[in-house]
Ligand binder design. Structure first.
Ligand code: URA
Length: 247
C-alpha cells in the first residue's frame, strides 16, 4: 500500500505551530529540515515517517479535535476580534488545541457551531457540493404563505447571488404580533443567507438560531456550553459529506 504524502507546508501548518502561509516562509528561510536535510522547495512532499524539524525542534503532531458549541448571540464566530468582543473560542475553557470555527454564524445569531483544528474536515463540511444540511429556526416579521416560502426552492436574488432554501416549514404564527416562526433548511451558507433571503421575500428576520448541522443537534447543550464530538459522530459527518448523502 502506498503511503500518503502531503506537502511540507501543510504538515507544518497542521501541527498547529503556524499558518500555512507562514510555514511556507519558514521553508523559504531555510529553517525547516526533513530527515536532517534543509529543504527550501515549497512543493516537497513528506509522509508520516519523515522526521521534520523547524529551527531544530521536532514537529509535534497535534491530534485532531472536534467540538460543538451552543453559540449565544452577541458573540463573534472567530478566534480573535479587533474590537475585543467575545469570540466563540472564549467559550472553550480547557481546550488547549488551536481550534477555529467551521464557517460562521452572525453576531446576533445563536445555535450550533463546530470547531476543529482539522482543516480538511472543515473544508469537507463547508463545501456546498457536499450538501450538509443546516436547519435554522427563524422568527420573522409578517406571516408568509406556503406559496411564498416555496419561492425559496428556486431561490431569490440578492446582490447578484441566488439564495436558496431546500426546505421550509411554518412552525407557528402569532397573528396578534404579526410574526411567524419558521424552520428553514439550507445546503449552503452564504453570507447572511437566511436574513438576506427572507428580506427579499418581504419577511425580515427578527431572531435566528441554528438548530441542526448535518446529523448534529443542540440536544443536551445549554447556551454558551460545548462538548466534544464522539469519534462516531466525526466519522458519520465525514461519510455524510463525502458521499454527498441527502439527509
Ligand atoms: N443565515 C444568516 O442570515 N445568518 C446566520 O448567522 C446564518 C445563516
Amino acid at each position: 500500500m502506498s503511503e500518503s504524502l502531503e506537502r511540507l507546508q501543510k504538515v507544518i501548518a497542521k501541527s498547529g505551530i503556524t499558518s500555512r502561509r507562514k510555514a511556507e516562509q519558514l521553508i523559504l528561510d531555510g529553517r525547516v529540515k526533513v530527515n536532517d536535510k534543509v529543504i527550501t522547495e515549497l512543493g516537497t512532499k513528506v509522509s508520516a515517517k519523515d522526521k521534520i524539524t523547524v529551527d531544530e525542534i521536532p514537529l509535534e503532531k497535534e491530534l485532531f479535535v472536534y467540538y460543538m458549541l451552543y453559540k449565544p448571540t452577541g458573540v463573534i464566530s472567530s478566534v480573535k476580534d479587533d474590537k475585543d468582543r467575545k469570540v466563540v473560542t472564549d467559550f472553550l475553557e480547557g481546550v488547549e488545541e488551536r481550534v477555529f470555527p467551521i464557517g460562521r454564524l452572525d453576531y446576533d445569531t445563536s445555535g450550533i457551531i463546530l470547531l476543529t483544528n482539522d482543516g480538511d474536515f472543515a473544508h469537507l463540511l463547508m463545501h456546498p457540493k457536499h450538501e450538509i444540511k443546516k436547519v435554522y429556526n427563524a422568527k420573522v416579521k409578517g406571516i408568509p404563505t406556503k406559496n411564498e416560502l416555496n419561492k425559496l426552492k428556486k431561490g431569490v436574488m440578492s446582490n447578484q447571488e441566488r439564495l436558496k432554501a431546500v426546505h421550509t416549514k411554518i412552525v407557528s404564527v402569532d397573528k396578534k404580533a404579526n410574526t411567524a416562526l419558521l424552520e428553514i433548511t439550507l445546503h449552503e451558507g452564504k453570507n447572511r443567507h437566511v436574513k438576506r433571503m427572507m428580506e427579499q421575500l418581504g419577511f425580515p428576520v427578527l431572531k435566528l438560531k441554528r438548530e441542526k448541522y448535518g446529523l448534529l443537534t443542540l440536544k443536551g447543550l445549554k447556551k454558551g456550553t460545548y462538548r466534544q464530538l464522539t469519534p462516531y459522530e466525526v466519522k458519520q459527518m465525514k461519510s455524510l459529506a463525502s458521499q454527498n448523502v441527502k439527509q
